[in-house]
Design a protein around this ligand. Structure first.
Ligand code: NAP
Length: 377
């Protein structure tokens, strides 16, 4: 495919899909989007760590060829004010796998969140956020290691669909009249109105599709005396508010959480806080054959360009990405190095303010310490 501004690396091969499976060459081209704000700090730092781990794991037999793609403020500078260029979407589809830093949502009339637009344009219907504890990370919990879950959040529907009608507009009045007069709804005068679409496709539960390996809690008690049969997954249907309490008080009861879009957004940030906060929480937006891995925090504009913040959220999103492409050795090296460096008390400002006696290092210094630990492992 010919691009206007995207420059694909001269060497490297594309990831392809064969029989519904990713086929990953030893020299894949992966897309990266630097991101706005602190993106300039965390993205280069992470690339150093990822490249060092790939080199250590495979001794040159495997290597990533990075292709820079543009979204957000950097894109606007290149594509004549366009924050969301079509060719970036084409390139992500073409490369199949990409990773991105955070993006600013431009404030003003007519702008949708770039992240929401990305998820909807590429139909990245699952937001996947693993939340687990790494040794040495400061946490407010007594037993943070008890939490080890993967949150699957529906990613394209719900109140983020953006079907909204401002109070006082003709569209709002038309919808209000329809809801009152034809559907019998009642609500305050001048209420702004939003539509919350939830499809069966986006929200169907596992019992229907994977009935052979799942059981309900009723079945667990009625047929199995409360003891999970070997090889079966127990589906626990929980109301959104109580799951917040359960994750705090009895986190070991859950391995996987499947949620609607908005609930998953709240829940994944709250769960991340239990194991060290947004600075280290990874995530991915996935469709069947396209995946965009991302830092889950925002652009933290007050720290942009200061070489200060924690790069671990993006770095661990990279760990997910290497697991996804079938290079798990890379992620394990990075996780071990992370625990070693944090145990040595070398941390960025966010951890330093919680760990007595720690040595605060900049983003780049933290990445350098990780690279050293990877090389020495
Ligand atoms: P934010 O950028 O996530 O920052 C909020 C606070 O979180 C920061 O002030 C900082 O806390 C902490 N933090 C964030 N990243 C960190 C890191 N790497 N290391 C350590 N601490 C970190 O949220 P925001 O200020 O509400 O949003 C700023 C912009 O980001 C907005 O334009 C928003 O739309 C956008 N955003 C983008 C994404 C995305 O691209 N996925 C997600 C959320 C928000 P302290 O102040 O305590 O140091």
């Amino acid at each position: 495919m010919a691009y206007q501004h995207v420059k694909l690396p001269k060497s490297g091969s594309r990831i392809t899909i064969e029989n519904d499976q990713l086929k990953v060459p030893d020299d894949p081209v992966l897309g990266f989007i630097e991101g706005d704000g602190i993106g300039v700090d965390i993205t280069p730092a992470c690339m150093k760590v990822w490249n060092a781990a790939v080199e250590k794991a495979y001794g040159g037999k495997r290597r990533v060829h990075w292709a820079e793609l543009f979204l957000g403020e950097k894109a606007a500078g290149i594509y004549d004010g366009d924050y969301f260029p079509n060719e970036t979407m084409d390139a992500i589809r073409d490369l199949t796998v990409a990773i991105k830093g955070p993006l600013t949502t431009p404030v003003g009339e007519g702008f949708r969140s770039l992240n929401v637009s990305l998820r909807q344009t590429l139909e990245l219907y699952a937001c996947v956020r693993p939340v687990k504890y790494y040794k040495g990370v400061p946490s407010p919990m007594k037993k943070p290691e008890a939490l080890d879950v993967v949150i699957f959040r529906e990613n394209t529907e719900d109140v983020y669909s953006g079907i909204e009608f401002e109070a006082g507009t003709p569209e709002n009045r038309k919808l209000a009249d329809f809801l009152r007069n034809e559907m019998g709804a009642s609500f305050f005068e001048d209420a702004a109105l939003g539509v919350k679409p939830i499809s069966a496709k986006g929200s169907k539960l596992a019992a229907e599709e994977f009935g052979d390996i799942t059981i309900t809690e009723d079945e667990l008690w009625e047929k199995h005396n409360g003891k999970r049969p070997e090889g079966k997954i127990v589906i626990k249907d929980r109301i959104a508010d109580i799951i917040f309490q359960l994750l705090l008080l009895r986190p070991e009861e859950f391995d996987v959480l499947a949620t609607m879009n908005l609930n998953g957004d709240y829940l994944s940030d709250a769960a991340a806080a239990q194991v060290g906060g947004m600075g280290i929480a990874p995530g991915a937006n996935m469709a069947d054959h396209v995946a965009v891995f991302e830092a889950t925090h925002g652009t933290a504009p007050k720290y942009a360009g200061q070489d200060k913040v924690n790069p671990s959220s993006l770095m661990f999103s990279g760990v997910m990405m290497f697991d996804y492409i079938g290079w798990p050795e890379v992620g394990r090296l990075i996780e071990q190095a992370f625990e070693k460096v944090v145990a040595d008390g070398i941390v960025t400002y966010d951890f330093a303010r919680q760990v007595e006696g720690a040595t605060e290092v900049p983003t780049s210094g933290f990445a350098d310490a990780l690279v050293e630990a990877i090389k020495a492992s």
